[in-house]
Design a protein. Structure first.
Length: 720
C-alpha cells in the first residue's frame, strides 16, 4: 500500500477514530525522534550489522569521532580504520561470535584525526523465535584514557617487578575480583617449584612446616572472609619443594580496597631471610651457649632457673631440683695430658649428663669444670636416684688415640623451695652441698643440709682471717723439737704455724684450717711461714749457733702452682741457707689424683737439690708402699694415732713394727710422732726407731725458746 493510499484511508474514517490514530502516530514518531536524538547525543557510537556481520548502520558520532565518512565504514569498510596489529585479533573474535551466536566484547584501536585511540566494541545478536540471527546491535566506546592508565599501571608494576626480582624479592599477586593469582619467577624459585606449577594456595601451604601452616592458612582465609586490614606481615618456615631445605620466608602484604570497601586485590612480597635469621641465631646462640660443649652458659642458665622457680611456686605437683656437678681432677688432666684431652673430657661429661638426666633436664656449663642441671621429679628420692645414676654413668673411662682418661665428678643438690626460694639462695645451697662433697665425699652426691651454711660461714671467716694474717705478717712459726732416740740429742725441729691475735694472743692453725685448701690463701700463708723460718735460721746462724734441719709442712694446694720449687729455693737463696737445712713434710693426699706425676717431679727436684722430703702421717692414707717406691721419700713419720696406744693395742704395735722394718730395709729414716711417755720412747728405741717428737721431748715453742734449746744443744755438742 502506498503512503498516499494510507493517508486517504485514514481520512475517510470517522473523525473521532481518525483523531486517535493520528495522535498515536504522532506519539510514535515523537518517541522515535527522541530515541534517535538520544543515540546521537550519547558518548558511545551505536551500530548495527546484518546476520553475516557486515555493518549496515552507525550513528553520526562515528564520523564525529573518527573523521571517517559513514559510507566508508559500512560493510567491512570499518576495518580500514583499525590499527594493523588489531585487525587479525578483532576478526578472530568476530568469527568466533558469528559461529557461536554469542556476544562479543573486544578492544581495538581506531584511526582518528588525532591518531589512534582505543575503543571497546560490544555487540549482541538479535534472533527470531527459531534462534536464527536476524542481525547484530552494538556500541563502540572510547576507552583510550582508561587504556593509558592501565598501561601506566602495568609499566609501574613492571618496574616494581623488576626491582623486586633484582632485590631477590618474590611476588604473590591475587586479583580478588577475577580470582586470578600470579607468582613471580623469583617466588617460584624460593619455593623450589617449576614454572608450570599453578599458583594455588594449597601448593604453597603444603610446603609450610606444620607448626607454621595455620598462620598462613589464616591469612588466606582472611581474604575470602573480607578482612579489610590494609597491611600484614608474617614469617613462616617452609621445606623447599625441590630439595627439602628448611627456609624462613618473611612476607609483607597489602590489601587494595574498592570504594565500597570490598577487597579488589592482594599483593604480597616475599623475602628469603634464612641467612639473616641464621646469622642472628648464631650470634644469639653464641651469647647464650658454651662454645666447647654446646650447653647453655651461666647467664642463660640463671634466667631459666628463675623461670623454673616461678613455675614451681605455682605448682605443688613436682619437686624442682638444682644440681651442681664438678669434674674431679680436670686441672691434673690438663697438666698431664694436655688441654685437648681436658676439652675432650668436658665434652664427654656434657654428653653423658644430657643422656643420663633426660630430655626434661636443663643442663649448663657454668664455667671451668662446673656444670649445673635443673629438673622436676615427683619426689626428692626420685631426684637423688636420677643424679646418682648420672654420676655412675660419668665414671666410664674416656678413651683417646693415645691414652685413657678417668672420668669422675662430684655433685651437690638442693631443692626448691625447701633449700631456697630464689635462684641466688638455691645456687648457694647447691654450692654448699658441692663443696661439702668435694671435701668429704668426692665422686658422690651430697644433699644440702642447713648446717652447711654455718660451716660455709666458718670457712669464709677462716679465709678472711687467713688473708689478714698474710697481709699483716702475723705468722709466727712455733718449733717442736725432734730428738735422736739413741741418745736424746736434738736432731731438728718441725716448724708449726701459729699466728698472733691482737686480743686472744697466739692462735693455732685450726682457727684457719679452711685456708690450707684454698690455693691463694695456702700459698700466701706458706710463703710467710717459710720466710719467717728462713729468717730465724739466718739469725741463729749469725749468732754462732750450730743449725739443725727444720721441717716445714706443705699443703696440697701449694702443689697446684708450678712455681713451688722456684719459690722455696728463692727464699733459701735470699737468706743464703743451705738446702740441707730444710725438710719438706707432705701428706699422701698430694699423691692422689692425676697430678701425681707433677708432684713427683717437684719432690724429685727438691731431693736432688739437697732438701729432705718427709712423708707425714704415714699409715693413715692410701697405697703408702706404692708412694715409697715411686717417689723420693727420705723420712717417714709414723702418725701419732698409732703411737698413742702402742703399748696397749697389739694392732697398733704391729703396724709400727711393720713400718720400722720396711723403712730400715729401704734405708729411710723414721720419726715417731706424739711420743708422750718414757715407755713409748723405750719401746720405739728397742724397735730401732731412729727419731721421735712429742710432748715428752718438748711442746711447740716460739723462736726465742727454740733458739735457747738450740744453744744448749750446741754447748753439749761442743763439750762432746
Amino acid at each position: 500500500m502506498r503512503r498516499s493510499d494510507v493517508k486517504h484511508d485514514l481520512a475517510s474514517r470517522p473523525t473521532t477514530a481518525s483523531a486517535s490514530v493520528l495522535d498515536a502516530l504522532a506519539a510514535a514518531q515523537q518517541e522515535a525522534d527522541h530515541y534517535r536524538t538520544s543515540v546521537e547525543m550519547a558518548r558511545h557510537i551505536s551500530w548495527s550489522a546484518d546476520a553475516s556481520g557486515a555493518i549496515r548502520t552507525a550513528s553520526a558520532r562515528w564520523t564525529e569521532v573518527t573523521g571517517i565518512d559513514l559510507a566508508e565504514a559500512l560493510g567491512s569498510g570499518w576495518l580500514d580504520a583499525l590499527h594493523l596489529d588489531d585487525v587479525e585479533p578483532t576478526l578472530r573474535e568476530w568469527r568466533l561470535a558469528l559461529e557461536s551466536t554469542s556476544s562479543i566484547d573486544v578492544d581495538y584501536r581506531l584511526r582518528t584525526p588525532n591518531g589512534y585511540r582505543w575503543f571497546r566494541s560490544c555487540a549482541s545478536p538479535r534472533v527470531d523465535r527459531s534462534g536464527t540471527v536476524l542481525g547484530w546491535f552494538g556500541t563502540l566506546e572510547d576507552i583510550n584514557d582508561r587504556k593509558q592508565a592501565e598501561t601506566a599501571l602495568q609499566a609501574s608494576e613492571e618496574r616494581f617487578r623488576l626491582a623486586a626480582e633484582a632485590a631477590g624479592i618474590g611476588i604473590w599477586d591475587y586479583d580478588v575480583l577475577l580470582g586470578k593469582r600470579l607468582w613471580s619467577d623469583v617466588f617460584r624459585a624460593m619455593l623450589g617449584l617449576a614454572p608450570e606449577v599453578p599458583a594455588e594456595p594449597a601448593i604453597a601451604l603444603a610446603l609450610v612446616v606444620p607448626e607454621d601452616r595455620s598462620i598462613l592458612q589464616q591469612l588466606v582465609d582472611s581474604i575470602s572472609h573480607g578482612d579489610v586490614h590494609p597491611r600484614f606481615e608474617l614469617t613462616v618456615r617452609i621445606h623447599r619443594a625441590n630439595d627439602g631445605a628448611l627456609r624462613w620466608m618473611q612476607t609483607s602484604g597489602w590489601r587494595v580496597k574498592a570504594a565500597n570497601g570490598r577487597i579488589e586485590r592482594v599483593l604480597v612480597t616475599i623475602r628469603d631471610v634464612t641467612e639473616q635469621l641464621t646469622t642472628e641465631q648464631r650470634v644469639r646462640w653464641a651469647a647464650e651457649h658454651d662454645p666447647l660443649t654446646g650447653l647453655i652458659n651461666r647467664a642463660a642458665f640463671n634466667s631459666l632457673l628463675e623461670h623454673a622457680i616461678e613455675r614451681a611456686d605455682r605448682s605443688a605437683d613436682a619437686v624442682l631440683t638444682l644440681a651442681l656437678v664438678d669434674v674431679d681432677h680436670l686441672k691434673e688432666t690438663n697438666d698431664t695430658a694436655g688441654h685437648d684431652a681436658g676439652d675432650l673430657l668436658l665434652r664427654t661429661v656434657a654428653e653423658r649428663l644430657l643422656e643420663a638426666l633426660g630430655d626434661d633436664t636443663v643442663v649448663s656449663r657454668l664455667g671451668g669444670d662446673e656444670f649445673a642441671a635443673i629438673f622436676e621429679t615427683p619426689s626428692q628420692e626420685a631426684a637423688e636416684n636420677r643424679l646418682r645414676a648420672a654420676l655412675r654413668a660419668l665414671r666410664a673411662p674416656v678413651a683417646t688415640d693415645s691414652l685413657t682418661l678417668d672420668c669422675q665428678a662430684t655433685a651437690g643438690m638442693a631443692f626448691c623451695p625447701q633449700d631456697g626460694r630464689g635462684a641466688r639462695d638455691l645456687l648457694k645451697a647447691a654450692d654448699l652441698a658441692l663443696y661439702s662433697g668435694k671435701a668429704s665425699a668426692r665422686g658422690e652426691l651430697s644433699r644440702f643440709r642447713p648446717d652447711m651454711r654455718a660451716s660455709m660461714q666458718r670457712r669464709t671467716s677462716m679465709l678472711s682471717v687467713a688473708r689478714m694474717i698474710a697481709r699483716d705478717d702475723r705468722v709466727m712459726p712455733f718449733y717442736q723439737p725432734k730428738v735422736r732416740l739413741s741418745d736424746g740429742a736434738l736432731s731438728g725441729f718441725e716448724a708449726l704455724l701459729r699466728w698472733r691475735h691482737d686480743t686472744l694472743g697466739i692462735q693455732g692453725p685450726d682457727t684457719i684450717a679452711a685456708a690450707f685448701d684454698d690455693l691463694a690463701a695456702a700459698i700466701s700463708l706458706g710463703e710467710r711461714m717459710l720466710e719467717r723460718v728462713c729468717a730465724d735460721l739466718a739469725r741463729w746462724r749469725d749468732s754462732g749457733l750450730v743449725l739443725t734441719r727444720v721441717a716445714v709442712n706443705l699443703s696440697p694446694a701449694e702443689f697446684r702452682r708450678d712455681d713451688l720449687f722456684d719459690r722455696i729455693m728463692r727464699q733459701l737463696g735470699r737468706y743464703d741457707l743451705s738446702a740441707e737445712l730444710l725438710e719438706l713434710e707432705v701428706t699422701e693426699t698430694v699423691f692422689l689424683g692425676r697430678g701425681a706425676d707433677s708432684v713427683g717431679d717437684t719432690l724429685a727436684a727438691f731431693h736432688d737439690a739437697g732438701v729432705t722430703v718427709a712423708l707425714d702421717d704415714f699409715g693413715t692414707g692410701y697405697a703408702s708402699l706404692k708412694h715409697l717406691r715411686e717417689f723420693p721419700v727420705d723420712v717417714i713419720k709414723i702418725d701419732r694415732s698409732f703411737v698413742a696406744d702402742l703399748l696397749t693395742d697389739p694392732g697398733d704395735a704391729a703396724i709400727v713394727n711393720a713400718v720400722l722394718g720396711l723403712a730400715n730395709q729401704l734405708g729411710i729414716a723414721v720419726v715417731a710422732e706424739g711420743v708422750e711417755t718414757p715407755e713409748q720412747a723405750a719401746y720405739l728405741r728397742e724397735q730401732n726407731c731412729g727419731y721421735a717428737q712429742g710432748y715428752l721431748f718438748g711442746r711447740p715453742m716460739p723462736a726465742h725458746e727454740a733458739e735457747a734449746l738450740l744453744a744448749a744443744a750446741s754447748v753439749r755438742r761442743r763439750a762432746c
